[in-house]
Design a protein around this ligand. Structure first.
Ligand SMILES: [Mg+2]
Length: 152
């Protein structure tokens, strides 16, 4: 399956809402951002199970910047969709939603936004909404993906 992750407050903290991986002082100078603790293991596991993993964000960060941060933590994703690409594609399709994962072939999208949760019902796509403070976020994602796997 194609699984996409939101960035802000899902994998990259906005403040101090979740624990993050260690980051060297020099990395910070080079624009490497902090990342949620456990992200690399989770993504590796999902890929080992045969899934493709993507980033789907409404942030205007460049794909290069996002991929540099991920690479620093040993993470490689299959595709990155940022807001520039998202807006272009959703406008082209006349879709009135902040996100619409099926436009990019994503089967399940993981996000912190309740708004995206509402959109998922309105536009009929699969989303897993994770509270930024949820300490069991990894288990929740794995369980829900398993459930969806049996449905899709
Ligand atoms: Mg977010």
């Amino acid at each position: 399956m194609n699984i996409s992750f939101d960035l802000d407050s899902t994998l990259i903290p906005n403040g101090k809402e979740f624990e993050t991986e260690k980051r060297g002082g020099i990395a910070k100078l080079f624009g490497i951002e902090e990342i949620r603790k456990g992200t690399a293991e989770l993504i590796t596991e999902l890929k080992n199970q045969g899934n493709k993993v993507h980033i789907y964000t409404t942030s205007f960060r460049t794909k290069g910047k996002i991929s540099r941060t991920l690479k620093y933590y040993g993470i490689k994703v299959d595709r990155i969709v940022n807001q520039t690409e998202n807006q272009r594609e959703l406008n082209r399709r006349n879709i009135n939603s902040s996100k619409f994962p099926p436009a990019f072939g994503f089967d399940i999208h993981i996000d912190d936004s309740k708004g995206v949760g509402i959109e998922s019902e309105r536009h009929n796509f699969n989303a897993i909404i994770i509270e930024p403070t949820d300490k069991n976020w990894i288990e929740k994602i794995k369980t829900e993906i398993k459930t969806l796997h049996n449905k899709v």
